[in-house]
Ligand binder design. Structure first.
Ligand code: 5GP
Ligand code: ZN
Length: 113
């Protein structure tokens, strides 16, 4: 847990979120500024700064996060979806608590901007 981290505050229930899934280790909630008809974030409850900070001990956790995200996407009606992890400011990371974006429900272009 990190006191001033936005997503830790969501984990602690200090900031409301539209929660899609929660268990002891993971939380999934809709993005506040959706970029597609389906756009939600999956995070570990444990504070990890970003993809570059994932340690060997987190491998199972991040694997579960991926599997859970795919399961929720299907429930949300998005069989085809884009998975995004931004790492660092230049890549577009604005919240420094690792999060997996899942976007679906529309055609996606490639490469991303
Ligand atoms: P990043 O740019 O770090 O990859 O993604 C952060 C995401 O968090 C953005 O898509 C942004 O819309 C979302 N976000 C920022 N603040 C909040 C919030 O308070 N609640 C929710 N649900 N999403 C947020
Ligand atoms: Zn955090």
């Amino acid at each position: 847990m990190s006191d001033n981290c936005l997503f830790c505050k969501i984990v602690r229930g200090e900031i409301p979120a539209d929660i899609l899934y929660e268990d002891d280790d993971l939380l999934a909630f809709r993005d506040i500024s959706p970029q597609a008809p389906v756009h939600f974030l999956v995070i570990p409850k444990k504070h990890v700064h970003g993809p570059s900070s994932v340690e060997a001990a987190d491998e199972q956790l991040i694997g579960r996060l991926m599997r859970k995200g795919a399961e929720i996407a299907k429930k949300e009606g998005a069989d085809h979806f884009r998975v995004v992890f931004n790492n660092g400011e230049q890549a577009g990371q604005t919240v420094f608590h690792i999060h997996m974006h899942i976007l679906g429900g529309r055609d996606m272009s490639w490469p991303p901007g």
